[in-house]
Design a protein. Structure first.
Length: 594
């Protein structure tokens, strides 16, 4: 019974398929790299069908696989007969090039390295005859974490230096084994980024690159595509996907990251064509959040967002789920929680929402206690990596982690400060916003973002050194509106002014909006900012300075409950209180003191 020929057999006559299958019957000698009989038969069949043919040959000379591709490439299945991962895989690949040029392509060399082949040999074919043969082997490390490829050729197909080529396999194996490191989870995945140009004045792929680096990936390629109609099956079209597959093979990519959300069908089809993991921007952001969450509430929120996002995408994702447990896009719930059926996932979502409800109640109690006396709450918001945590540290010595990475801060941080006039203020640092922030993430973090909704004043921190800070400001404004905080008073805080050619003077306001130019890193402009904060908070409240008779001491409790107490001292005729109250509460106080 003929052995199976793999690959693209469409349009090939059954008799020809049988002849291709006969390649399995050939066997190489122990010191025979490739027999002329094998090369001639592969060339003749390539000339007849106009497509590439590849074979895998084991070290004992057996033909382990025969595959047919297109006129440009052939998909080569992963194969390893040597168990030790620090050794070459134990098979060599011989394949044809129908265009007559036997030189190995970048894809050939990338496949050699990524699959750790004994050798990658290519034969040029013209009019059904072999023209030249090249044989490539894995060489020494290149100092950049990769390996050089040693290429021998052109060689005469009818007179190969078989013994020398076989010997080179074992030399290559020794080189590989002597310096190969054990594979660890800390090794970065090699990622190619793919995005469609929206026509906006904003480099979303550059931002996606920073997200990928934050997640721990090594970006080896970036593909900006012109705006086009979205393909329902593959998002970018099968032709472009095939081009990406070649690029992935050449660059030895483990992962493709798309800048927009993909459907389950698009992701599955792309993985089949690209032969690598495929995730979208939302999955990447959720993965970063999963790795950054430290508090119980943060972890619950991330898991809830991940499950809500993945639930409609689980159908038909057997290949993707089989790889879970390691790699970008798989942090968080983990394999077991994603392989369970939809009913149990929905139950888990319900459980998470119940747990978050309890955590929210506890946090509200802590918050109400912390804000006893109506201490003003000022929320720091802004685009991710705008410098919110650095500013919080500069104003409060909070010691919050401030890294030059996206989403360095995930869990909210609250600190109290005493500005120059002595009026206490609570500062809250929140998670950074970002373009195309996943909707499920906003919903999951809605309880945490209550600090923004409840704030008396918002400090919108802006990275003025970014070429796209106008677009980033618009993104933050949109999210604030979605949170119901669009009308909250605010100050636009232009940070990182130390990176500008000249440090600008703070104008105080731009029309109706207050502004401040600062450098959170060296502290310049922060005194002006604090003064502006006090002025705005004072303008929003009425100052009261009263001596309350001891017979009306309940008025003191009212002030503590409704306002911000600046001074309280007990005199002979009553309690002297200086405080700030809302205009309505100030009127109520007057009635209590009549």
């Amino acid at each position: 019974m003929a052995q199976k020929v793999n690959g693209n057999l469409s349009g090939i006559r059954s008799l020809t398929v049988e002849r291709i299958s006969s390649i399995y019957e050939l066997k190489m000698g122990q010191k025979e790299f490739a027999s002329f009989e094998l090369i001639s038969l592969m060339s003749e069949l390539t000339g007849e069908i106009g497509r590439e043919i590849s074979v895998y040959i084991t070290r004992d000379g057996r033909i382990a696989d025969v595959s047919v591709g297109s006129d440009k490439k052939v998909d080569m299945p992963s194969m390893r007969v040597v168990r030790n991962e620090d050794r070459l895989c134990g098979v060599r690949c011989l394949h044809t090039h129908p265009n007559g040029d036997g030189r190995p392509s970048g894809v050939d060399l990338g496949t050699l390295r990524s699959m750790q082949l004994d050798s990658m040999a290519s034969v040029g074919v013209m009019n059904g005859k072999p023209t030249q043969l090249y044989a490539a082997f894995i060489g020494e490390e290149n100092g950049e974490g990769g390996r050089e490829a040693l290429v021998y050729g052109p060689l005469r197909p009818y007179k190969l230096p078989n013994a020398a080529l076989i010997a080179e396999i074992y030399l290559s194996d020794d080189r590989f084994r002597s310096v190969t490191k054990a594979v660890t989870e800390s090794e970065p995945e090699r990622a190619i980024l793919v995005g469609i140009d929206s026509g906006e004045n904003y480099d979303t792929l550059e931002e996606l690159k920073e997200l990928a680096k934050t997640a721990g990936a090594e970006v080896v390629g970036s593909v900006p595509l012109k705006k086009r109609q979205i393909d329902n099956a593959t998002y970018i079209g099968s032709g472009k996907a095939e081009e990406l597959s070649l690029m992935g093979s050449e660059l030895e990519a483990d992962l493709f990251i798309f800048d927009d959300e993909l459907s389950a069908i698009q992701q599955r089809n792309l993985e089949e064509i690209l032969g690598a993991s495929v995730i979208d921007r939302t999955t990447l952001i959720l993965d970063i959040f999963a790795s950054r969450a430290e508090s119980r509430e943060g972890k619950l929120q991330v898991e809830l967002a991940q499950l809500k996002y993945r639930l409609p995408r689980l159908l038909g994702q057997g290949q993707a789920l089989s790889r879970l447990g390691g790699g970008i896009g798989t942090r968080g719930p983990g394999e077991k929680k994603l392989e369970i059926d939809r009913r149990r996932i929905r139950r888990r979502i319900f459980e998470l929402e119940e747990e978050l409800s309890e955590v929210e109640k506890q946090r509200e109690l802590r918050s109400s206690g912390r804000r006893g006396g109506k201490t003003p709450l000022v929320a720091l918001v802004g685009y991710t990596n705008a410098g919110k945590s650095t500013l919080l540290n500069a104003l409060t010595d909070a010691g919050v982690l401030a890294e030059d990475k996206l989403f360095a801060t995930l869990d909210p941080v609250v600190r109290q400060i005493e500005p120059p006039n002595g009026t206490g203020i609570i500062l809250s640092d929140t998670v950074g916003f970002i373009n195309k922030l996943p909707h499920d993430l906003i919903n999951a973090f809605r309880s945490t973002l209550d600090e923004v909704r409840e704030a008396d004043l918002i400090l919108h921190v802006i990275d003025v050194s970014s070429d796209y800070h106008d677009t980033q400001m618009r993104v933050v404004e949109d999210v604030l509106s979605e949170l119901g905080a669009g009308d909250t008073p605010r100050i636009d805080v232009f940070n990182k002014c130390d990176l500008l050619p000249e440090f600008p003077e703070s104008p105080g306001r731009d029309g109706a909006r207050r502004r401040a130019f600062i450098s959170a890193r060296d502290g310049r402009g922060t005194d002006f900012l604090l003064t502006s904060v006090e002025e705005m908070l004072s303008a929003m409240r009425t100052a009261v300075d009263v001596v309350i008779p001891y017979s009306k001491y309940e008025a003191v409790g009212f002030i503590h409950e409704k306002g911000t107490v600046v001074l309280e001292e007990h005199l002979e005729d009553g309690t002297h209180v200086k405080a700030y109250l809302d205009e309505k509460d100030a009127g109520q106080l007057k009635k209590l003191l009549k």
